[in-house]
Design a protein. Structure first.
Length: 442
């Protein structure tokens, strides 16, 4: 029996023993491109623990964040809604008074939905979904929180700093109490806290583990840098080291969790094209978006086609590579479906659990949309329309609309508007109608 046959047989055996309430771990990385994962073909980045999750479940090749930047992307994972409908269409500021409004009181969230099922819930890591009292993790359904509210913090001092050097403030919390852990490396610190939470649980739990890596500031311990040759490109080596630390952290948590635990992993958006060194932006090519065009901040595929994996023993057959269209907003309904529960009304995401479990026909037929900083995009099947696109965060837009056939042209290099004008018109009409539905017209 070969490995694939063994995994398939193991999955079939486990199906009959599947518990009613599986433990769930949701992991997000930050600015990790599609080409920054071993299982996606990265020749120079080592991610054995994530690759193992892929082999034991499903690796998605057509999975997308709902935004090419962090706060709105994470809002969709948390709420099952488009970021505009969740009230977080753009990156949230970070301020020393911790008075940034984000998720609204009474919002549908992963934590609130799983608490209804009797789960113990914890958020560990980067929050970036608001820092006012009603937006914080414990007000959004999490029993426990350890992490930071800002878009990033220094990996050793755990302080936030902006371009120009101001403001600088410490941002690390256990529930509502500020804690001091320097000089613990951020990724290892989050792994410690996540593992401890898992080990304390005697009943079903939901862990939302969100790393700051490999987002700026670019820092990694020597032991991770030493895994890669000194001759490697400097930016790529540092990026690879930060991802290796995330991979080890995932491995630690996975080893501590019960075998039936569902693990879902996704990057929040594509790899970035710049870092903020010495308080100034500089070109950066440490990350890789694989074959995709564009970078973080762009509505080309490089900005939102992200690495994503799901392992659900006894529920999802192992060894799958799925090209089914999926988005971050599908995470909440899909995980609820795998746990045997129905998604709440009023969300935008789709429950893909029947598809992943191979109990149903192909994925739901739908048109999906993106909007960010004046850019717009609409996709149905293999057709994608991009309006006023930028190549990267802060880039200059290319005015106009462009239609791509992603099956024939995954690099988005040839405009097919003239060849398929009706497709372009239909997608543009859908995009315009969707934009018109935004609350308060935003």
């Amino acid at each position: 029996m070969n490995r694939r046959q063994f995994l398939a047989a193991s999955g079939a055996t486990a199906l009959a023993q599947t518990p009613a309430k599986p433990n769930v771990v949701v992991v997000l990385s930050d600015d990790q491109g599609f080409g920054d994962l071993g299982a996606n073909g990265a020749p120079d980045i080592q991610t054995p623990h994530l690759d193992r999750i892929a082999s034991e479940g499903v690796r998605f090749t057509n999975w997308h964040s709902n935004s090419p930047v962090c706060s709105p992307s994470r809002a969709s994972v948390m709420t099952g809604r488009y970021p505009q409908m969740a009230g977080i269409p753009e990156i949230l500021f970070s301020r020393p008074n911790f008075d940034v409004a984000g998720l609204r009181s009474g919002e549908v969230t992963l934590a609130n939905e799983f608490k209804k099922l009797g789960y113990r819930t914890a958020a560990v890591g980067k929050w970036h979904l608001g820092s006012t009292p009603e937006s914080r993790p414990r007000a959004q359904g999490f029993d426990e929180f350890f992490g930071f509210y800002s878009g990033w913090i220094d990996y050793y001092s755990h302080r936030y700093y902006q371009l120009g050097g101001q403001p600088v403030f410490h941002d690390l919390w256990r529930n509502e109490t500020e804690v001091w852990e320097e000089p613990a490396y951020q990724t290892e610190l989050l792994a410690r806290e996540a593992k401890a939470f898992v080990q304390r649980q005697s009943g079903p739990f939901l862990l939302y583990l969100t790393f700051g890596a490999p987002h700026y500031p670019m820092m990694a311990p020597k032991k991770y840098l030493d895994r890669f040759p000194a001759s490697m490109d400097r930016d790529r080596r540092l990026h690879a080291a930060m991802i290796a630390a995330v991979d080890d952290a995932v491995g630690e948590v996975a080893s501590a969790a019960p075998r039936d635990t569902i693990f879902y992993f996704q990057a929040d958006n594509g790899a970035t094209s710049e870092v903020r060194a010495d308080h100034r932006a500089r070109p950066y090519r440490g990350g890789s978006n694989g074959r995709n065009r564009g970078w973080k901040g762009s509505l080309y595929e490089g900005g939102h086609n992200v690495p994503a994996l799901l392992r659900a023993p006894g529920r999802v057959p192992p060894g799958q590579v799925s090209n089914a269209l999926g988005l971050g907003m599908d995470v909440l309904p899909t995980l609820l479906g795998l746990a045997g529960a129905k998604a709440p009304n009023g969300i935008d995401g789709a429950d893909l659990s029947p598809v992943l479990a191979r109990r149903a026909a192909p994925p739901p037929e739908r048109t999906v949309f993106w909007d960010y900083k004046g850019q717009g995009a609409a996709r149905r099947r293999n057709w994608k329309l991009v309006v006023d696109p930028m190549e990267e965060l802060g880039g200059a837009p290319t005015k106009g609309q462009f239609l791509y056939d992603l099956a024939e042209d995954p690099r988005e290099s040839t405009d097919r508007s003239a060849a398929a004008p009706e497709v372009a018109r239909t997608l543009r009409a859908g995009l315009d109608a969707w934009r018109a539905s935004f609350p308060n017209g935003k």
